[in-house]
Design a protein around this ligand. Sequence first.
Ligand code: TXA
Ligand code: MG
Length: 312
Amino acid sequence: MSLIATQILQDARRAGALLARGRLVAFPTETVYGLGGDATGDRAVAAIYTAKGRPRFNPLIVHLADIDDVHRFAVLGGAALGLARAFWPGPLTLVLPLRKGAGLSPLVTAGLNTVAVRIPDLPLARDLLRAAGRPIAAPSANVSGRVSPTTAQHVLDGLGGRIDAVLDGGPCGVGLESTIVGFDPLPTLLRPGGLAVETIARHLGAPLALPGADANITAPGQLASHYAPLGTVRLNAAKADPGETMLGFGPGPADLNLSPTADLDEAAANLFRHLRTLDDMGARHIAVAPIPDTGLGAAINDRLRRAAAPRS
Ligand code: TXA
Ligand code: MG
């Protein structure tokens, strides 16, 4: 692949103009940085898969600025509309029936008859989407299988020279990807993420269903090894063994700590940055303290289990 100079932009309008011309622009959201491209353009969407080295059977999330825009591309009603009204803009992605012929590139949905949609909560992201004036497909802006970026510098570390620009909005507040909910037809958790499942269940008045073993929906979970740091990862460690680097949670000895006060929101915001720092430290064996499975802890543990999975 030929290397291009990746511009660092502060201006959503300039970044939006690049997207409108079919270029690839990474941008901040409240969850992680996304790698954006025009969701109506086959070439732009194909370029996203190429830049990330992402398998083409793994569909992308379409980002929009307003609920009214969502109705143009997807069927949004019933329980999905209730969730949209309650939690958008926010760290929630809904997998909805696709409106065929509405102009989305079939590469975005990997040929499925559903489309994943999200309205991000960061005003700069919505400014960019409005400036682009079109739906923007955006996976996390990392090389496939590696840790998602939560700063513009993380994006450049992985994709610099492969994308046209990155819009710098500072560090992401949530730090974990969005929670993904599908309708099967019951609301079903496809990926735990930045919106706690308990919060969604409280709104629905019922717990979310879990995908059946026969689910043909491809959520990020299928690729067992993901979010991988360079070192091996051992979970639920009371303490580091000799040769291990300790990633702590709460009080107690640690080389790096996700949250010394055991605050799960703080731990979520630190998780991907700390996994990168462990790489920089040359950590070959990482021991991770136990983390409660409530609130954002469920999503943190999901990402850590993938980081600990055997690598292919
Ligand atoms: O917070 C986020 O969700 C970030 C920011 C940039 O918005 N994006 C993100 O994208 O995490 P990505 O590509 O890393 O993860 C999106 C996941 C994919 O792994 C895919 O499995 C799932 O969404 N997905 C997309 N379309 C789907 C569909 N039609 N049915 C089921 N799952 C789908
Ligand atoms: Mg990703």
